[in-house]
Design a protein around this ligand. Structure first.
Ligand code: ASP
Length: 319
């Protein structure tokens, strides 16, 4: 059945591993988790709920999955700790909330939402943001809740290489990842959310683009909603998420053309891996990336669900 323009898209980071580095069972499970995340958002949209609640629900599922670099399974800093960043934006009111370098909030995107709803700040940082989330009744965890063996191994490898002076450029998968979602609800409102552990071996205290409104996340009704993935420093310098909106609203570009140019020309010109998921005032999500893969998925306006990790798509039928 065709629904009135609701749609959702998500990404699980453009730092996808080479297919041979993980078992088929693991790939299968990460695709299942993408589908679960999409359905969590879709249920809300289908019931007439807000795009803002839908992107939040989708990101929570991906934060809880060990397959993505956000929440449980997040990357480690150079001190082998977790410092998490997240943001959420409501395209209807241009309201936004974000947290950075948090260590104890089980689902950083929920803390970002609490900041948005609180209305007193857009971005809160560090221990004060953790305390704020706790005061709002959000679930808190011990930092090792976020740790998976894969991240410990990746950090050891990167640090060993640095110690021995071996210059082996880190692969996109070793470097980073992130999760994000965009949605449009029955009222035509747009929203976006992003959550990340940053990148493996990042300097302690470093803040990426994901919690910076306009860099890693942006949503404006009638224009677009977008969540980005890739080396955050470049996305901040390029104000990438807002750049997409500006191409559309001031430049008159179509969403697809604007997203393709941003990823393959503007961001790629810095020699980085880059990707995003975005949707516009109408139509379906787009998810361009210039790496060998990007975990991603969408449910189109006709209710069909698709997920993917590398180039080929896995259509999964009606949501
Ligand atoms: N953008 C994230 C950051 O720089 C990482 C990523 O998406 O790969 O923190």
């Amino acid at each position: 059945m065709s629904l009135p323009g609701i749609a959702i898209g998500l990404h699980g980071g453009c730092g996808t591993l080479e297919r041979s580095l993980q078992s088929e069972a693991d790939w299968q499970q990460s695709r299942e988790h993408l589908a679960l995340a999409l359905r969590a958002g879709w249920r809300i949209l289908k019931a007439g709920g807000r795009a803002l609640d839908a992107v939040q629900a989708a990101v929570v599922v991906m934060e809880d999955s060990p397959h993505f670099n956000a929440g449980h399974g997040a990357a480690l800093t150079d001190k082998a700790e977790h410092e998490l960043d997240a943001s959420i934006m409501d395209g209807a009111a241009l309201a936004a909330g974000a947290v950075c370098t948090v260590r104890r909030i089980r689902n950083p995107v929920l803390a970002a939402r609490a900041v948005l709803d609180g209305g007193q700040a857009v971005l809160m940082s560090g221990a004060a943001a953790d305390d704020f989330a706790e005061s709002q009744g959000l679930a808190m965890v011990a930092p090792n809740y976020f740790t998976t063996q894969r991240r410990v191994d990746a950090l050891r490898l990167l640090q060993q290489r640095a110690e021995t002076g071996a210059f082996v450029p880190a692969s996109e998968a070793e470097k980073h990842g992130t999760v994000g979602a965009v949605a449009r609800d029955m009222q035509g409102h747009l929203a976006a959310a992003t959550s990340t552990g940053g990148f493996n071996n990042k300097p302690s205290g470093r803040v990426g683009d994901s919690p910076i409104i306009g860099a890693g996340t942006y949503a404006k009704d009638g224009v677009c909603a977008v969540s980005c993935t890739g080396q955050g420093e470049i996305f901040i310098r390029r104000v990438a998420a807002y750049d997409l909106a500006a191409r559309i609203s001031y430049g008159g570009q179509a969403l697809d053309a604007a997203a393709t140019t941003l990823v393959f020309d503007t961001l790629a010109s810095h020699g980085i891996g880059a990707g995003l998921v975005a949707l516009g005032a109408s139509g379906n999500p787009v998810a361009p990336f210039n790496t060998l893969g990007m975990a991603r998925g969408w449910i189109t306006t006709d209710g069909e669900l698709t997920v993917a990790t590398h180039l080929e798509l896995h259509p999964m039928g009606p949501a």
